[in-house]
Design a binder for this molecule. Structure first.
Ligand code: PEP
Ligand code: MN
Length: 341
Protein backbone atom coordinates (compact mmCIF):
# COMPACT_ATOMS: atom_id res chain seq x y z
CA UNK A 1 0.00 0.00 0.00
CA UNK A 2 1.25 3.41 -0.93
CA UNK A 3 0.12 6.67 0.68
CA UNK A 4 0.73 9.64 -1.58
CA UNK A 5 1.13 13.00 0.12
CA UNK A 6 -0.11 16.31 -1.31
CA UNK A 7 2.56 18.51 -2.87
CA UNK A 8 2.38 21.03 0.00
CA UNK A 9 2.43 18.44 2.77
CA UNK A 10 4.80 18.98 5.71
CA UNK A 11 7.29 16.86 7.59
CA UNK A 12 4.73 16.68 10.44
CA UNK A 13 2.08 15.36 8.06
CA UNK A 14 4.41 12.58 6.97
CA UNK A 15 5.39 11.77 10.56
CA UNK A 16 1.71 11.58 11.55
CA UNK A 17 1.05 9.06 8.77
CA UNK A 18 4.06 7.01 9.85
CA UNK A 19 2.86 7.11 13.48
CA UNK A 20 -0.51 5.67 12.46
CA UNK A 21 1.26 2.92 10.50
CA UNK A 22 3.50 2.13 13.47
CA UNK A 23 0.44 2.09 15.74
CA UNK A 24 -1.05 -0.61 13.50
CA UNK A 25 2.09 -2.69 13.96
CA UNK A 26 3.47 -2.20 10.44
CA UNK A 27 6.63 -0.68 9.04
CA UNK A 28 6.74 2.29 6.71
CA UNK A 29 9.19 3.67 4.16
CA UNK A 30 9.21 7.20 2.82
CA UNK A 31 9.87 7.34 -0.94
CA UNK A 32 9.72 10.01 -3.59
CA UNK A 33 7.07 9.39 -6.25
CA UNK A 34 7.03 11.76 -9.22
CA UNK A 35 8.26 14.73 -7.23
CA UNK A 36 5.96 14.07 -4.33
CA UNK A 37 6.49 12.28 -1.10
CA UNK A 38 4.86 8.95 -0.52
CA UNK A 39 4.87 6.53 2.36
CA UNK A 40 4.93 2.82 1.60
CA UNK A 41 3.31 0.51 4.15
CA UNK A 42 5.17 -2.77 4.50
CA UNK A 43 4.88 -5.96 6.51
CA UNK A 44 1.14 -6.59 6.45
CA UNK A 45 -0.82 -9.65 5.39
CA UNK A 46 -4.09 -7.80 5.08
CA UNK A 47 -3.92 -4.19 3.92
CA UNK A 48 -5.10 -1.59 6.48
CA UNK A 49 -8.28 0.25 5.59
CA UNK A 50 -7.59 3.34 3.38
CA UNK A 51 -9.97 5.41 5.53
CA UNK A 52 -7.35 5.30 8.31
CA UNK A 53 -5.08 7.49 6.17
CA UNK A 54 -7.29 9.33 3.74
CA UNK A 55 -8.65 11.70 6.36
CA UNK A 56 -5.20 12.67 7.72
CA UNK A 57 -3.85 16.15 6.90
CA UNK A 58 -1.53 16.22 3.90
CA UNK A 59 -2.69 12.89 2.47
CA UNK A 60 -3.75 13.00 -1.16
CA UNK A 61 -4.36 9.42 -2.22
CA UNK A 62 -4.08 5.90 -0.90
CA UNK A 63 -3.09 3.35 -3.55
CA UNK A 64 -3.84 -0.29 -2.78
CA UNK A 65 -0.73 -1.43 -4.65
CA UNK A 66 2.54 -2.82 -3.42
CA UNK A 67 4.68 -1.36 -6.13
CA UNK A 68 4.98 2.31 -6.84
CA UNK A 69 2.58 3.14 -9.62
CA UNK A 70 4.94 6.02 -10.32
CA UNK A 71 3.72 7.05 -13.71
CA UNK A 72 0.22 5.62 -14.03
CA UNK A 73 -1.00 6.70 -10.60
CA UNK A 74 -3.03 9.89 -10.25
CA UNK A 75 -0.24 11.40 -8.18
CA UNK A 76 1.96 11.50 -11.29
CA UNK A 77 0.07 14.31 -12.99
CA UNK A 78 -2.80 16.72 -12.62
CA UNK A 79 -5.92 15.86 -14.58
CA UNK A 80 -6.53 13.01 -16.98
CA UNK A 81 -4.40 11.72 -19.83
CA UNK A 82 -6.12 12.52 -23.11
CA UNK A 83 -4.98 10.25 -25.94
CA UNK A 84 -5.23 11.96 -29.31
CA UNK A 85 -5.61 9.86 -32.47
CA UNK A 86 -6.36 11.94 -35.54
CA UNK A 87 -9.33 14.09 -34.52
CA UNK A 88 -10.43 11.72 -31.80
CA UNK A 89 -9.74 12.70 -28.19
CA UNK A 90 -9.88 9.69 -25.91
CA UNK A 91 -10.47 10.32 -22.22
CA UNK A 92 -11.50 13.95 -22.66
CA UNK A 93 -15.06 13.44 -21.41
CA UNK A 94 -16.84 12.26 -24.53
CA UNK A 95 -17.58 8.61 -25.18
CA UNK A 96 -15.29 6.90 -27.71
CA UNK A 97 -16.87 4.10 -29.76
CA UNK A 98 -14.62 1.49 -31.38
CA UNK A 99 -16.29 -0.90 -33.82
CA UNK A 100 -15.27 -3.50 -36.36
CA UNK A 101 -14.87 -7.18 -36.98
CA UNK A 102 -12.93 -9.53 -34.74
CA UNK A 103 -10.68 -10.41 -37.66
CA UNK A 104 -10.05 -8.87 -41.05
CA UNK A 105 -11.25 -11.57 -43.47
CA UNK A 106 -11.32 -9.94 -46.90
CA UNK A 107 -11.76 -6.56 -48.55
CA UNK A 108 -15.56 -6.73 -48.93
CA UNK A 109 -16.12 -7.73 -45.35
CA UNK A 110 -13.84 -5.06 -43.91
CA UNK A 111 -14.91 -2.22 -46.19
CA UNK A 112 -18.61 -2.84 -45.62
CA UNK A 113 -18.20 -2.89 -41.82
CA UNK A 114 -15.91 0.13 -41.90
CA UNK A 115 -18.40 2.23 -43.90
CA UNK A 116 -21.34 1.20 -41.76
CA UNK A 117 -19.37 1.77 -38.57
CA UNK A 118 -18.54 5.29 -39.71
CA UNK A 119 -22.15 6.02 -40.66
CA UNK A 120 -23.26 4.72 -37.28
CA UNK A 121 -20.95 7.20 -35.57
CA UNK A 122 -18.01 5.03 -34.55
CA UNK A 123 -14.82 6.96 -33.77
CA UNK A 124 -12.31 4.20 -34.44
CA UNK A 125 -12.23 1.06 -36.57
CA UNK A 126 -11.05 -2.20 -35.03
CA UNK A 127 -10.02 -5.47 -36.73
CA UNK A 128 -7.38 -8.09 -36.09
CA UNK A 129 -4.77 -9.11 -38.63
CA UNK A 130 -2.90 -11.23 -36.08
CA UNK A 131 -5.29 -13.39 -34.11
CA UNK A 132 -4.19 -15.17 -30.92
CA UNK A 133 -6.53 -18.18 -31.17
CA UNK A 134 -7.05 -20.97 -28.66
CA UNK A 135 -6.57 -23.61 -31.35
CA UNK A 136 -3.75 -23.65 -33.91
CA UNK A 137 -6.31 -24.98 -36.43
CA UNK A 138 -8.46 -21.83 -36.23
CA UNK A 139 -8.07 -18.83 -38.54
CA UNK A 140 -4.91 -17.02 -37.48
CA UNK A 141 -5.48 -13.75 -39.35
CA UNK A 142 -4.28 -12.34 -42.66
CA UNK A 143 -1.10 -10.83 -41.26
CA UNK A 144 0.39 -7.96 -43.26
CA UNK A 145 -2.26 -8.32 -46.00
CA UNK A 146 -4.85 -7.69 -43.30
CA UNK A 147 -2.96 -4.60 -42.12
CA UNK A 148 -2.94 -3.25 -45.67
CA UNK A 149 -6.72 -3.68 -45.87
CA UNK A 150 -7.10 -1.92 -42.53
CA UNK A 151 -4.97 0.99 -43.70
CA UNK A 152 -7.10 1.22 -46.85
CA UNK A 153 -10.33 1.14 -44.79
CA UNK A 154 -8.91 3.80 -42.51
CA UNK A 155 -8.04 6.05 -45.46
CA UNK A 156 -11.42 5.62 -47.13
CA UNK A 157 -13.52 6.21 -44.04
CA UNK A 158 -11.25 8.59 -42.16
CA UNK A 159 -11.50 6.33 -39.09
CA UNK A 160 -8.27 5.69 -37.22
CA UNK A 161 -7.49 1.98 -36.93
CA UNK A 162 -6.94 -0.10 -33.78
CA UNK A 163 -5.29 -3.46 -34.40
CA UNK A 164 -3.47 -6.05 -32.35
CA UNK A 165 0.24 -6.84 -32.25
CA UNK A 166 1.18 -10.25 -30.89
CA UNK A 167 4.97 -9.99 -30.85
CA UNK A 168 7.73 -7.53 -31.61
CA UNK A 169 7.76 -8.26 -35.34
CA UNK A 170 4.01 -7.70 -35.75
CA UNK A 171 4.24 -4.61 -33.56
CA UNK A 172 6.65 -3.01 -36.01
CA UNK A 173 4.15 -3.63 -38.83
CA UNK A 174 1.12 -2.52 -36.82
CA UNK A 175 3.00 0.67 -36.04
CA UNK A 176 3.43 1.27 -39.75
CA UNK A 177 -0.13 0.55 -40.93
CA UNK A 178 -2.29 1.21 -37.87
CA UNK A 179 -3.02 4.14 -35.57
CA UNK A 180 -3.46 2.45 -32.18
CA UNK A 181 -1.57 -0.70 -31.18
CA UNK A 182 -3.65 -3.23 -29.28
CA UNK A 183 -1.96 -5.57 -26.82
CA UNK A 184 -4.41 -8.36 -26.17
CA UNK A 185 -5.44 -10.07 -22.96
CA UNK A 186 -3.15 -13.03 -23.61
CA UNK A 187 -0.14 -10.75 -24.03
CA UNK A 188 -0.86 -8.27 -21.26
CA UNK A 189 2.08 -9.53 -19.24
CA UNK A 190 4.46 -10.02 -22.14
CA UNK A 191 6.93 -7.62 -20.62
CA UNK A 192 9.33 -7.48 -23.55
CA UNK A 193 6.41 -6.57 -25.81
CA UNK A 194 5.34 -3.90 -23.32
CA UNK A 195 8.84 -2.41 -23.31
CA UNK A 196 8.80 -2.35 -27.11
CA UNK A 197 5.34 -0.73 -27.05
CA UNK A 198 6.82 1.89 -24.78
CA UNK A 199 9.27 2.85 -27.52
CA UNK A 200 6.46 3.38 -30.02
CA UNK A 201 4.95 6.74 -30.84
CA UNK A 202 1.55 5.14 -31.36
CA UNK A 203 -0.98 4.92 -28.51
CA UNK A 204 -1.37 1.51 -26.88
CA UNK A 205 -4.71 -0.15 -26.10
CA UNK A 206 -3.81 -2.51 -23.27
CA UNK A 207 -6.39 -5.20 -22.59
CA UNK A 208 -6.64 -6.70 -19.12
CA UNK A 209 -5.44 -10.29 -18.88
CA UNK A 210 -8.23 -12.73 -18.07
CA UNK A 211 -6.55 -13.65 -14.78
CA UNK A 212 -5.00 -10.28 -13.99
CA UNK A 213 -5.79 -8.22 -10.92
CA UNK A 214 -5.83 -4.46 -10.56
CA UNK A 215 -2.17 -4.16 -9.68
CA UNK A 216 -1.12 -6.48 -12.53
CA UNK A 217 -2.95 -4.28 -15.01
CA UNK A 218 -1.59 -1.03 -13.62
CA UNK A 219 1.97 -2.35 -13.52
CA UNK A 220 1.77 -3.48 -17.16
CA UNK A 221 0.72 0.02 -18.14
CA UNK A 222 3.59 1.29 -15.99
CA UNK A 223 6.02 -0.69 -18.19
CA UNK A 224 4.80 1.15 -21.27
CA UNK A 225 4.91 4.58 -19.67
CA UNK A 226 8.28 3.90 -18.09
CA UNK A 227 9.71 2.99 -21.49
CA UNK A 228 8.64 6.38 -22.82
CA UNK A 229 5.12 6.12 -24.23
CA UNK A 230 2.58 8.15 -22.21
CA UNK A 231 -0.44 7.19 -24.34
CA UNK A 232 -2.00 4.07 -22.88
CA UNK A 233 -5.69 3.19 -22.83
CA UNK A 234 -6.70 0.42 -20.42
CA UNK A 235 -9.42 -2.01 -21.43
CA UNK A 236 -11.53 -4.27 -19.23
CA UNK A 237 -12.59 -7.28 -21.31
CA UNK A 238 -13.83 -9.85 -18.81
CA UNK A 239 -12.03 -12.18 -16.42
CA UNK A 240 -12.27 -15.90 -15.71
CA UNK A 241 -14.63 -16.86 -12.90
CA UNK A 242 -16.77 -19.91 -12.16
CA UNK A 243 -19.69 -18.38 -14.08
CA UNK A 244 -20.60 -20.50 -17.05
CA UNK A 245 -23.35 -18.40 -18.57
CA UNK A 246 -20.99 -16.06 -20.37
CA UNK A 247 -17.58 -16.39 -22.01
CA UNK A 248 -15.87 -14.34 -19.30
CA UNK A 249 -17.21 -12.22 -16.44
CA UNK A 250 -17.21 -8.50 -17.15
CA UNK A 251 -15.62 -6.89 -14.11
CA UNK A 252 -17.27 -3.49 -14.28
CA UNK A 253 -16.31 -2.86 -10.67
CA UNK A 254 -12.79 -2.12 -11.85
CA UNK A 255 -13.93 0.91 -13.87
CA UNK A 256 -14.56 3.35 -10.98
CA UNK A 257 -11.52 2.00 -9.13
CA UNK A 258 -9.29 2.70 -12.13
CA UNK A 259 -10.90 6.11 -12.51
CA UNK A 260 -9.88 6.93 -8.94
CA UNK A 261 -6.36 5.51 -9.13
CA UNK A 262 -5.11 6.34 -12.61
CA UNK A 263 -5.22 9.26 -15.02
CA UNK A 264 -5.29 6.88 -18.01
CA UNK A 265 -8.49 6.42 -20.07
CA UNK A 266 -10.48 3.22 -19.52
CA UNK A 267 -12.38 1.27 -22.19
CA UNK A 268 -14.69 -1.69 -21.82
CA UNK A 269 -15.11 -4.54 -24.32
CA UNK A 270 -18.49 -6.20 -23.73
CA UNK A 271 -18.13 -8.43 -26.83
CA UNK A 272 -15.26 -10.59 -25.59
CA UNK A 273 -16.51 -10.39 -22.02
CA UNK A 274 -19.88 -11.94 -22.77
CA UNK A 275 -19.32 -13.90 -25.98
CA UNK A 276 -23.01 -13.39 -26.72
CA UNK A 277 -24.60 -10.92 -29.06
CA UNK A 278 -27.66 -10.50 -26.81
CA UNK A 279 -25.53 -9.41 -23.86
CA UNK A 280 -23.40 -6.85 -25.69
CA UNK A 281 -25.95 -3.98 -25.60
CA UNK A 282 -26.88 -4.29 -21.92
CA UNK A 283 -23.23 -4.59 -20.85
CA UNK A 284 -22.17 -1.69 -23.08
CA UNK A 285 -24.85 0.49 -21.47
CA UNK A 286 -23.71 -0.61 -18.03
CA UNK A 287 -20.09 0.26 -18.97
CA UNK A 288 -21.08 3.78 -20.00
CA UNK A 289 -23.08 4.19 -16.79
CA UNK A 290 -20.05 3.00 -14.78
CA UNK A 291 -17.94 5.77 -16.32
CA UNK A 292 -16.01 4.06 -19.13
CA UNK A 293 -14.29 6.48 -21.52
CA UNK A 294 -14.95 4.18 -24.44
CA UNK A 295 -16.57 0.95 -25.53
CA UNK A 296 -15.17 -1.53 -28.07
CA UNK A 297 -17.69 -3.64 -29.96
CA UNK A 298 -17.32 -6.39 -32.56
CA UNK A 299 -19.44 -5.94 -35.68
CA UNK A 300 -19.70 -8.29 -38.67
CA UNK A 301 -21.86 -8.02 -41.81
CA UNK A 302 -22.75 -11.72 -41.61
CA UNK A 303 -21.97 -13.11 -38.12
CA UNK A 304 -22.95 -16.67 -39.04
CA UNK A 305 -20.18 -16.74 -41.65
CA UNK A 306 -17.57 -14.99 -39.47
CA UNK A 307 -14.20 -16.71 -39.22
CA UNK A 308 -13.84 -15.58 -35.63
CA UNK A 309 -16.23 -14.60 -32.81
CA UNK A 310 -19.45 -14.60 -34.88
CA UNK A 311 -21.73 -15.38 -31.90
CA UNK A 312 -20.69 -12.17 -30.14
CA UNK A 313 -20.63 -9.93 -33.22
CA UNK A 314 -23.42 -7.42 -33.77
CA UNK A 315 -24.91 -6.95 -37.22
CA UNK A 316 -24.23 -3.45 -38.56
CA UNK A 317 -27.83 -2.28 -38.00
CA UNK A 318 -27.69 -3.57 -34.42
CA UNK A 319 -24.49 -1.64 -33.85
CA UNK A 320 -26.02 1.52 -35.33
CA UNK A 321 -28.98 1.34 -32.94
CA UNK A 322 -26.71 0.64 -29.96
CA UNK A 323 -24.29 3.45 -30.87
CA UNK A 324 -27.14 6.00 -30.91
CA UNK A 325 -28.40 4.64 -27.63
CA UNK A 326 -24.95 4.82 -25.99
CA UNK A 327 -24.47 8.44 -27.07
CA UNK A 328 -27.81 9.38 -25.47
CA UNK A 329 -26.89 7.51 -22.34
CA UNK A 330 -23.43 9.09 -22.13
CA UNK A 331 -24.99 12.56 -22.21
CA UNK A 332 -27.35 11.72 -19.35
CA UNK A 333 -24.65 10.03 -17.28
CA UNK A 334 -22.26 12.96 -17.64
CA UNK A 335 -25.00 15.34 -16.45
CA UNK A 336 -25.57 13.13 -13.42
CA UNK A 337 -21.83 13.19 -12.64
CA UNK A 338 -21.76 16.99 -12.80
CA UNK A 339 -24.49 17.22 -10.19
CA UNK A 340 -22.90 14.75 -7.79
CA UNK A 341 -19.30 15.93 -7.88
C1 PEP B 1 -9.61 -8.78 -29.63
O1 PEP B 1 -10.01 -7.70 -29.18
O2 PEP B 1 -9.56 -9.03 -30.83
C2 PEP B 1 -9.18 -9.84 -28.70
C3 PEP B 1 -8.57 -10.95 -29.12
O3 PEP B 1 -9.46 -9.57 -27.42
P1 PEP B 1 -8.82 -10.14 -26.07
O4 PEP B 1 -7.34 -9.99 -26.18
O5 PEP B 1 -9.44 -9.28 -25.03
O6 PEP B 1 -9.27 -11.58 -25.98
MN1 MN C 1 -12.75 -11.30 -31.16
Amino acid sequence: MLIIMKSGSTREDVDRVRDVIRGLGFDSRPLPVAERLAVGVVGYDEAPHPDLFEALPGVDLVLPVNHAARRVGRQARDGDTVVRVGDVEIGAGTLTLVAGPCAVENEDQLMSVARLAREAGADLLRGGAYKPRTSPYDFQGLGEDGLQLLAQAGRETGLPVVTEAVDEASLALVEEYGDVIQIGARNMQNFELLKRAGKSRRPILLKRGMAAGLEDLLMCAEYVLDAGNPDVILCERGIRTFSDHSRFTLDLAIVPVLERLTHLPVFVDPSHASGRRGSVGPLARAAVAAGADGVMIEVHPDPVAALCDGPQSLRPEEFAALAANLRELAAVVSRVRETVS
